[in-house]
Design a protein around this ligand. Structure first.
Ligand code: 13P
Ligand code: SF4
Length: 323
């Protein structure tokens, strides 16, 4: 019975190779594939990746790769960005259900109405949005270049900033610009408890509290450093502190520990006693699904050609402005 089930279903767990790491390395060569991973992925996925980065780094890597196949270990909007930059390449996402609460908080029809009601505005959208929203935007930004990009817009030009209200508010503070904010947010970065963070800071007075700009203002106000995932990682490498309280998805701590093993990292706690600081969308990808995606060359990202073409322009604009 059991062997029949395996024979009939090559994706059956018992049919997986014993050494998934080695099997994935073989598939990378066979397919001429590159594995791109975000820091919020499970540690084993980060360890098999050819490149690990924040959203900007991943987009830049996707734009530059010579690989025939891009295996994207991240969420749907990131893989979509890679596909938009590489319309003729096969872009695989290990689990197509790996979405994003922030991208979901900006439905295209409602956003189109918001944009139509503010026709003088230039539209700057955070990369954490769907391809449809990108197609309606003038420039894309990420958490690492949002301030720099807004600073390059003429002072007299009104700006719509979507979809993250928390990043938008942070950019307003940093630039002194008034932005018309879409009221979206990320469930993970809104889960951190200000009260518990303040308690942790009292318990660990030697620790530095560092945070991602998707966090809420009452959390950000306690941070000694705010930055994208790559910026947070670099900060812990270059800063003298030996201990950090980290307010972003705790997957990043894997790279922090690898880079500076002697330092201590405390994940910022969620309001409830849950693991809600882990992104449920990112964590849908597993090493097994990544292997199967490569072996079966599916699930693949496919976008309507007109959306793909319209979304390319604001992404290219971002890459130009970030160079
Ligand atoms: P960065 O990759 O720009 O740090 O953003 C984090 C994030 O929320 C990705 O979903
Ligand atoms: Fe989206 Fe938040 Fe998950 Fe990032 S951490 S993918 S913004 S839900």
């Amino acid at each position: 019975m059991f062997t029949t089930a395996i024979a009939e279903n090559p994706n059956h767990p018992a049919a997986l190779p014993n050494d998934l790491f080695a099997a994935i390395e073989v598939l990378k060569k066979d397919l001429n594939a590159i594995v791109l991973a975000h820091y919020y992925q499970d540690s084993d996925i980060q360890d098999i990746a050819d490149y690990i980065g924040d959203s900007l780094g991943l987009a830049q890597k996707a734009a530059a790769t010579n690989a025939d196949v891009i295996v994207f270990a991240g969420v749907h909007f990131m893989a979509e960005t890679a596909k938009i930059l590489n319309p003729n390449k096969l872009v695989l996402l290990p689990d197509l259900e790996a979405g994003c609460s922030l991208a979901d908080s900006c439905p295209p029809l409602e956003f189109a109405a918001f944009k139509a009601a503010n026709p003088d505005c230039i539209v700057i959208s955070y990369i954490n949005c769907t391809a449809e929203i990108k197609a309606m935007s003038d420039i894309i930004c990420t958490s690492s270049n949002a301030v720099k990009i807004v600073q390059q817009i003429p002072e007299d030009r009104p700006i719509i900033f979507a979809p993250d209200k928390n990043l938008g508010r942070y950019v307003m503070e940093q630039t002194g610009r008034n932005l018309l904010l879409w009221q979206g947010s990320c469930i993970v970065h809104e889960t951190f408890s200000e009260k518990k963070i303040v308690q942790l800071k009292i318990e660990h007075p030697e620790a530095e509290f560092i945070a991602h700009p998707e966090c809420e203002p009452q959390v950000l106000k306690h941070a000694s450093y705010i930055g994208s995932t790559t910026a947070l990682l670099k900060y812990t490498q270059n800063n003298e502190s030996k201990k950090y309280i980290v307010a972003t998805e705790p997957g990043i701590i894997h790279q922090m520990k690898k880079a500076t093993p002697a330092k201590e990292y405390i994940p910022a706690p969620a309001m409830n006693n849950c693991a809600c600081n882990e992104c449920p969308h990112m964590r849908l990808n597993t090493l097994e699904k990544l292997y199967l995606a490569m072996k079966n060359k599916t699930p693949e990202i496919i976008l309507p050609p007109e959306i793909q073409a319209a979304a390319l322009k604001p992404i290219q604009k971002m890459l130009e402005l970030s160079a």
